[in-house]
Design a protein around this ligand. Sequence first.
Ligand SMILES: Cc1cc2nc3c(=O)[nH]c(=O)nc-3n(C[C@H](O)[C@H](O)[C@H](O)COP(=O)(O)OP(=O)(O)OC[C@H]3O[C@@H](n4cnc5c(N)ncnc54)[C@H](O)[C@@H]3O)c2cc1C
Length: 688
Amino acid sequence: MFTPVPQEILDGLTDVAMPKIEPAPDAEETLEIDGHRIPVVVAGAAIVGSGAAGLRAAVEAQRRGVDVVILSQSAWGGTSACSGSDKQTLHTANTADQGDDFKDMARAIRAGGAMDEDTAYIEAVGSTRAMASLQYLGLPLPQDPLGGTLRYQTDHDEVGRATSCGPRTSRLMVKVLAEEALRLRIPFHDRTTAVEILRDDAERVSGLLAMRNREQGEANPYGLIYFKVPTIVLAAGGPGELYRDSVFPNGCFGSLGLALEAGVELVNLTESQFGIGTRREGFPWNLSGTYVQAMPHIYSVDADGKEHHFLADYYRTTQEMASNIFRKGYQWPFHASRMLDFGSSLVDLGIFRECALGRRVFMDFNRNPLQVPGDEPFSTDRLDDDVATYLGTAGATQELPIDRLSHMNPLAIELYRRYKIDVATEPLEFAVNNQHMNGGISVDTWGQSSVPGIYAVGEAAGTHGVTRPGGSALNAGQVFGTRAAEHMAKRPAQAPQGDGKALVGAALARMDALFRADSPFSVDALQSEIQARMSDDAGPFCFADRVSAALSEARALTDALRAQGLAKPRGNQLSRAMQWRQMALASEAVLTALDHFIARGGGSRGARAICDPEGSAVPNTRIGAVEAFRFRAETPEFTDEQILVRYDGTGMAVSTRKNRSFDEGAKTFFERDWPAWLTGAIYDTEDA
Ligand SMILES: Cc1cc2nc3c(=O)[nH]c(=O)nc-3n(C[C@H](O)[C@H](O)[C@H](O)COP(=O)(O)OP(=O)(O)OC[C@H]3O[C@@H](n4cnc5c(N)ncnc54)[C@H](O)[C@@H]3O)c2cc1C
């Protein structure tokens, strides 16, 4: 039986108002350095970023007695607050029916390889606590009448461990965690961008420098503020600005460059997710789930306004084409092997090639998929069994896609209406975009990076392997946010020594050297060069020669920036300029890892096809093989290792390490293992 959902409930789940933040108190100390007056905030830990992961780390640490401050470029910016999909997913152990098996779940999380086995288990076993505490804080996860959580199947998930509050699950997570941060009176420095991590002569963390427009003045031309803290949690999200073709919200820079400059090691940078969505030039949103399960007609339009039914060239029958459009619902990320045997990633290939021809691609919810030449027209009576069963169970056998969508998920339509796009009346333009960085800062089992005192949580951390089940990003941020907080409370770092004058003075000198009137590099030029290179040469389809050429160009850019600096922008763009310079480094790091992988013979994996004329696999279509996209098959020998990249001040050093293991047969024994918990020995680890 289906219950109609009243409009005010739909509104509440799509229009999520955020709490009001009180301005953080003024700094009590000031550093005087050669005429500069820099405010100083002293605290126990600085959390960089106020997404779901950062806020989790902040509230958990504050509750454990750590004196925390949050600083955020934009309080409700970032992907948690601004991104989503038809049912934005949280992946946790299944609590309905007979419950779950954490080891089985861990195996599923790390199934794609290049993932630490202990990390996968930590995410699995920690997920119930993460979810229950979010529910305690007020996250409205749907339940059945007996208290089991409603579940569904998502990407890389054979069991059905996904749940959702609707399109805006992560924004609702930010809301309930932010309310908790406000209840705990954690100082919240909004519009404050971390630009440099400071380490003393003994390499210990001495805090970080941030920029804030309102601090700018004659005695503080860069608008600096010094957070004098021994512990930093990087929770700055993913590097969405790396790519031109992106479904990240605007202004997502992440902290990979910031971390590289501080000597922090990065991992798995080869692994990113690409898939269909609406781009950030309009309203960036993921188009998985019911958007495609409704099976809209997908077509392209060329410069002369002519429509092309391009998917008809890829699939042999109307049924095969429509069923694969449907499967993009839970096979959302592009995956090379799904281009074979007329699988669902031929849809991504088709869209990618249409865009490369300069055509615009749309989905139209008022038209069923047009027929494949020579075959019967579309009918809900002619669909593959898995598709027919799903739609039958969902009761979604209506005549038109818009009616099927409205029946299965009215929130999906409401959501776009909020942004003045009515998919019920107009076709929706979309593309294959970059959506998520699976790699990032290398961390140990407590979220600590290779530099003691610096933790990374959420998308900033490189905890995912080659594939990740949908919703595991949000879960990982909650689990590791909690663990990092526990660790910093139990293993507090030593407070920074001295007044910090020398360190801040040296950073000021570096900024003076960076911003030069005669530099040929503007921020705009940096942005277009980096984004074009990454989208054209390091997107879902990579060609060995183009990746190595792109790496040479990226290296040349960072060399030139070191030698010639950056043209000084307007005052309110200074932090952006610092971030773009760091993006140049991040881009070089990603290309370094990718080039290293491809040069060693690495094959297609995750959401990247490594295209190669000598490759063993070729996508076949109704009208023949697409030889230009012949690709290397996956190379199993690389699944048990991870690629590490470190910056030494002039260039990138690459190395590899084996995945950390987890003994599935080991059992805990209460009396034996209790003392390690009581004494805190569980917090001691050599893995980093
Ligand atoms: C369209 C889309 C759909 C998605 N759907 C899902 C899904 O269904 N399930 C799932 O698990 N994941 C999904 N993801 C991924 C997931 O949303 C992110 O991985 C997750 O929200 C990241 O959370 P975070 O807290 O690490 O970072 P973010 O939420 O991005 O927060 C980063 C924070 O850092 C701040 N910041 C950045 N740089 C600085 C700086 N230098 N100084 C100070 N502050 C800074 C920002 O202002 C922001 O507050 C999706 C992503 C996108 C783009």
